[in-house]
Design a protein around this ligand. Structure first.
Ligand code: UT7
Length: 325
């Protein structure tokens, strides 16, 4: 038996803000953003549209593509750093209700931008262990809600969106999710975190402040380059594959320079990396499924293509997946 990605789809909010539009509000330029990150635009969820709304839309499209109903989903996982409610309930439970996948297991995964890879590993292991049929794995973010628009070093980086994959257990050995590596370096937790003001005391009338992203860009940059370099080396050691065997490497879409640095190290041609941060910026846990959904809709993913997913992000976490499409 194997666990395959049976379908993949995305939801991208219509509001598009290019670098020049952003530069009217934030002290930056198109030239700086492009040259330092490769980002050209980002999509922003309108007021009132929450992470669960985008996740549910992506999930419905993925179910339609897979030609299965929500009732056939046994496990639903949402990877997100921007849940509808900080704490509880899980955004996955809200999505379950919105798509009417009643009764299935539903929980969230918090692993920053590596969340989708963590969720894929968990879902595929659960499908195998429980002899279950199908899982929905969703990466969804409304990062525009937690961006500090006064901090130009982070405000230019992030965008909103959702990507959803239907995973199914099928009898085709050698296909699907073949290998995973997951890890974390918790000592870097404060290099990328959600700053939340101290809770006012019980008698205070002060309104709590909105949490905002803090990132030590340099530290996270170095961690990202090291992580994807080490992940590629570990995949080469742990599997029989050579880099030439991979049709595509799909990294977390944070910064084109991070990918170029790793590509140089292994002499990997740039075309082997699928990059779409130019249009969507960094959508954290949604970035890898957004890229896969775009590749699928463009027809660049062929059955039996070998694909490597590479992630890194808050935690600090890192992860890789090897998938035979
Ligand atoms: O998804 C989670 C993972 N996140 C990441 O992987 C992000 C990792 N980090 C990065 O990608 C990069 O560190 C950044 C893109 C965030 C920053 O790039 P950098 O080349 O490290 O820039 P910097 O922070 O060293 O800043 C260089 C200069 C500074 O000016 P001075 O001090 O040299 O005069 C900044 O004030 O650029 C300035 N700057 C900006 N200028 C225009 C910083 N942000 C901006 C901006 N527009 N948006």
């Amino acid at each position: 038996m194997s666990v395959v990605i049976r379908s993949i789809a995305s939801y991208i909010p219509e509001i598009r803000i290019d670098n020049n539009e952003l530069a009217a509000k934030v002290d930056t330029t198109d030239e700086w953003i492009r040259s330092h990150t490769g980002i050209g635009a980002r999509h922003i969820a309108p007021d009132g549209i929450l992470t669960s709304d985008m996740a549910a839309q992506a999930a419905k499209s993925a179910l339609e593509k897979a030609k299965i109903s929500a009732r056939e989903i046994d496990i639903l996982i949402v990877a997100t750093a921007t849940p509808d409610y900080f704490g509880f309930p899980g955004t996955s439970c809200i999505v379950q209700d919105k798509i009417e996948a009643y009764g299935c297991t539903a929980f969230d995964v918090v692993a920053g931008c590596t969340g989708f890879i963590y969720a894929l590993d968990i879902a595929s292991a659960m499908l195998e262990a429980r002899h279950a049929r199908n899982a929905l794995v969703i990466g969804a973010e409304s990062l525009s809600r937690i961006v500090d628009w006064n901090d130009r070093s982070t405000a230019v980086l992030f965008g909103d969106g959702a990507g959803a994959a239907v995973l199914s257990r099928i009898d085709e050995p050698g296909r699907g999710c073949l290998s995973f590596i997951l890890g974390a370096e918790g000592s870097g937790a404060k290099d990328l975190y959600l700053v939340q003001a101290d809770r006012p005391n019980a008698f205070s009338r002060e309104a709590p402040q909105t949490p905002v992203i803090y990132m030590n860009g340099k530290k996270v940059y170095d961690f990202a380059v090291k992580s994807i370099t080490v992940l590629i080396e570990r995949i080469m050691h742990a599997t029989a594959y050579r880099l030439d065997d991979f049709a595509w490497i799909v990294p977390h879409q944070a910064n084109a320079r991070i990918v170029q640095a790793a590509g140089k190290r292994f002499k990997i041609p740039e075309e082997k990396f699928y990059l779409n941060m130019e249009e969507y910026a960094n959508t954290s846990a949604a970035s890898i499924p957004l890229a896969l959904a775009e590749m699928d809709s463009k027809g660049v993913l062929k059955k039996n293509d070998l694909i490597m997913l590479l992630g890194f992000g808050a935690g600090l976490t890192y992860g890789a997946a090897v998938i035979r499409w």
